[in-house]
Design a protein around this ligand. Structure first.
Ligand SMILES: NC(=O)C1=CN([C@@H]2O[C@H](COP(=O)(O)OP(=O)(O)OC[C@H]3O[C@@H](n4cnc5c(N)ncnc54)[C@H](O)[C@@H]3O)[C@@H](O)[C@H]2O)[C@H](O)CC1
Ligand SMILES: [K+]
Length: 498
């Protein structure tokens, strides 16, 4: 399934209209599908307030109001602008609405919102159809800010149409205010802004509705990753041995941070890697050996470890970084792994810090590379302020992956995976409970574990991110989010990787 920007959605709408479906029919279809979703949440006799803006989002709202009224519900519509400011399709729907029994009121920008607030307080459901994908990045103005804040303050269930009003569809940042919906009925495709920054908190529960628009009618390489898109875990052949499922090397852990290495190691082992070898500094050998799963081989190293040490013994992938610390100089190891081996490398956590000191080694790399930064680490890598990256995460991520020819896993609630060819994959799993110590180490181990199983690095990254999130979701569904630890994620692998 594709993820689209507001501009792409508008082009898709236009192409669909050009192919013979009129704009007004498309709006009727959008409204009908939204009504179907809304109706399933309502009980007889309920009162619904629909707030309609001047654009086509408000037009959808009017269709919903009319159809709910026809189904016997009491409906009150509030318009934020006079009829002459409405889009053509909205005006057509306004004529239709006037023939229905829906109560209509035009809000005045001069008068206060007292009557409006009282009406919201008396409603059972508030439908937000103020702004959709046509929201522009310009100040809303005090009046709209007060209006959207009043919607949030009303304490009633809120269903937003297409995208919560005030939320930017291109990056998930909010203008001065944005509706925090309980449910958002997303028309046809996820908008980028529903998945990034404040988007998921404003969206609440997302429900997609299909209005018959072909998502491929406009060129776009942003995807929403779902289970059926994945090639991992691989099907195991009867006639096979452990090396068929990858021999994974993990260079991780240091004094005070052995947990990071242990979690990454178990992450790889329990995601199906045939053999895992853990390289640790001599000074932590004993505590690591005492805590490691018995299946793991443990070797010691100093900072002069070479690619040759790693490459012998049929190694398929190297993970370097979790908990290695920043004091020692890892550039010799990193350079050697990238220049002198053809074993794919996953670089995570402190490994990214060491890499950031000489990023151009990536351009000379002989081997495929996955980088797994969170936004802070990505800022260190690129030298671009985190706030700047958050304004355009797709642009920055895509540009980086293309320039350095790496698979980039940019971690967040909806982690994005960028391919060196410019594709972007949004993950569809995970929950806020997974923002916990060690969660990233487990993910890095899982990606390395999949990368060892003969799939290309992009597939390994997509599957690692998906199943890591799915394991966290499994735990959260059964026990809640707040007690979730990195160990629980590993323990839940077995339920989601069946
Ligand atoms: N045929 C179609 O295109 C269909 C669209 N659908 C729905 O339409 C919206 C997108 O509609 P559009 O008219 O392009 O824009 P909006 O309704 O989101 O808003 C435009 C409206 O808002 C004003 N405005 C924009 N930015 C600001 C701002 N920062 N401050 C104040 N006012 C602002 C602008 O001037 C316009 O008046 C889409 O989301 C769907 O819901 C149908 O679903 C299918 C057919
Ligand atoms: K809306």
């Amino acid at each position: 399934m594709k993820v689209v920007t507001p501009q792409e959605m508008a082009q898709m709408d236009q192409k669909t209209i050009a192919s013979g479906i009129s704009g007004i029919d498309l709006m009727e279809k959008a409204g009908t599908e939204c009504t179907r979703v809304i109706e399933s949440t309502l009980k007889e006799g309920m009162l619904i307030c629909v707030i309609c803006g001047p654009g086509n989002n408000g037009g959808d709202g009017q269709v919903i109001a009319r159809q709910l009224s026809e189904k016997g519900f009491s409906v009150q519509v509030f318009f934020t602008e006079p009829a002459d400011k409405m889009s053509p399709e909205s005006q057509t729907n306004y004529s239709r609405l006037r023939e229905s029994s829906v109560a209509v009121q035009f809000l005045s920008h001069e008068a206060g919102l007292e009557g409006f607030e009282a009406s919201l307080a008396g409603a059972d459901l508030v439908v937000d159809a103020v702004f959709g994908t046509g929201l522009k990045d310009r100040p809303l103005g005090e009046w709209y800010e007060t209006l959207l804040n009043a919607v949030n303050a009303c304490g009633k269930r809120i269903a937003a149409i297409d995208i919560p009003s005030g939320l930017r569809g291109d990056n998930g940042l909010t203008l001065e205010a944005a509706v925090e919906a309980d449910q958002t009925i997303i028309i046809q495709n996820y908008k980028v802004g529903c998945l990034l920054n404040d988007g998921p908190d404003c969206v609440g529960e997302p429900v997609l509705v299909d209005i018959g628009i072909d998502e491929n009618c406009v060129e776009n390489n942003k995807y929403f990753v779902q289970k059926q898109d994945l090639r991992c875990p691989v099907k195991r052949k009867k006639n096979s041995h452990k090396y068929d499922y990858g021999s994974v090397v993990i260079i991780a852990g240091s004094k005070g941070m052995i947990g990071a290495g242990l979690l990454a190691t178990e992450g790889a082992l329990k995601s199906g890697a045939g053999l895992v070898t853990s390289y640790v500094p001599l000074e932590v050998y004993l505590p690591v050996a005492a805590r490691s799963p018995v299946e793991v081989m443990i070797k010691t190293y100093d900072c002069n470890i070479t690619g040759e040490d790693i490459e012998h013994d049929r190694k398929r992938v190297v993970l370097i970084g979790p908990g290695i610390g920043r004091k020692k100089n890892y550039s010799i190891i990193l350079n050697d792994l990238l220049y002198n081996t053809t074993v794919p490398v996953v670089i995570d956590a402190d490994g990214l810090f060491h890499l950031s000191r000489n990023l151009d080694v990536l351009k000379e790399s002989k081997t495929p590379v996955i980088l797994t930064p969170h936004f802070g680490e990505f800022s260190t890598l690129t030298g671009v302020d985190r706030e700047e990256i958050l304004k355009d995460p797709i642009g920055h991520g895509r540009c980086f992956a293309e320039e350095y020819q790496v698979v980039l896993v940019l971690k967040g609630y909806r982690t994005m995976i960028f391919s060196p060819e410019g594709e972007v994959f949004f993950n569809s799993t995970s929950n806020p409970g997974m923002a916990t110590a060690g969660s990233g180490d487990v993910l890095a181990g899982m990606i390395a574990g999949f990368a060892g199983q003969s799939v290309d690095l992009l597939e390994a990254a997509k599957a690692g991110v998906f199943y890591h999130g799915a394991a966290g979701d499994y735990y959260a569904e059964h026990y809640g989010e707040s007690t979730l630890t990195a160990r629980n994620i590993i323990d839940s692998f077995k339920y989601v990787l069946k």
